[in-house]
Design a protein around this ligand. Sequence first.
Ligand SMILES: NC(=O)c1ccc[n+]([C@@H]2O[C@H](COP(=O)([O-])OP(=O)(O)OC[C@H]3O[C@@H](n4cnc5c(N)ncnc54)[C@H](O)[C@@H]3O)[C@@H](O)[C@H]2O)c1
Length: 319
Amino acid sequence: MSERILVTGGAGYIGSNIAAALTRRPGTDVLVVDDFSSGDWRNLIHVDCEVRALDCDAPELLDEIAAGGFSAIYHEAAITDTTVMDQRFMIEVNTNAFASILEASHASSTRVIYASSAGTYGNSPAPNRVGHGEEPENIYGFSKLAMDRIACRWHDRHSAPIIGLRYFNVYGPGETHKNEKSGNKTASMMLQLYEQVKAGKRPRLFKHGEQKRDFVYIRDVIGANLAALDAPRSGVCNVGSGAARTFNDVVSTLGASLGRKLDIDYFDNPFSFYQMHTEADVSESAALLNWKPEWTLERGMDEYVKLLEKAHRGPVETA
Ligand SMILES: NC(=O)c1ccc[n+]([C@@H]2O[C@H](COP(=O)([O-])OP(=O)(O)OC[C@H]3O[C@@H](n4cnc5c(N)ncnc54)[C@H](O)[C@@H]3O)[C@@H](O)[C@H]2O)c1
């Protein structure tokens, strides 16, 4: 039986990795819908899918969803620049569009898997657990929490599962466009540091590099998304590595992957809001998705740096 799966935001970093992995499943056709505001066509060069330039809540797409045109929907489209402060714009693009997609998917009982974020936790004490400490500190994090709340209201009425994946800090192949489009703001810290070193500079960190984040490799994020296709019920869960690592660790791991010792240039953090410690509790993810993270920072960085050295730009290859 052939399946047709929609990936909104499919020209973006995570969306193109999901689309690429889906096209490798037997009997699966993929439609990527993207407005190309932060995504990039180059991510899709090797992804054999249909592509449409469209808003993710365009009426014709919602009609197609409501008519049962897809067996599942991955909703990755969003404003992903967390420094955008226009509240109305952020809620319109991230939250309102998602509500419209849920309404349309309800009509056809279509499974929806969507991207939430660790930004929903703000600076609450780690480890971060769904249902606890959901106190976002910027409009981006709030727009994602508002999506989770809308999804939870649908859980009992929607006849197909709705699964929210709260990604932590994702890194790995497919994100190079983010730096180009955002003026070096939105790509992972791993890519930023790598590019600094390649430009002959010292890697730059906010003083004094002891901030901790849960960095999750793109292969684990793809794994969680594929597992969500078989999740038996609705829910929201974390997608992280389950470990918090310091920024200094990231630089030393980068140095180990490049085979050299890197001296760090520390500078003052200009942000008044900054997440100082994120760490995903992944116990609910194991229960909901039957999925566990497998990539440590060391393994993920080693593969990522090798691919960057080969100038690999697009999504990672999966079996
Ligand atoms: N990368 C991370 O570390 C991370 C962490 C937490 C959550 N997320 C979430 O994961 C999802 C994917 O993020 P990403 O890192 O791949 O970022 P990205 O910017 O590469 O991807 C977002 C994509 O959505 C598209 N888009 C934006 N608005 C749209 C609209 N109205 N209609 C159609 N397409 C639209 C963009 O052009 C882009 O291709 C987002 O929802 C983001 O909030 C990402």
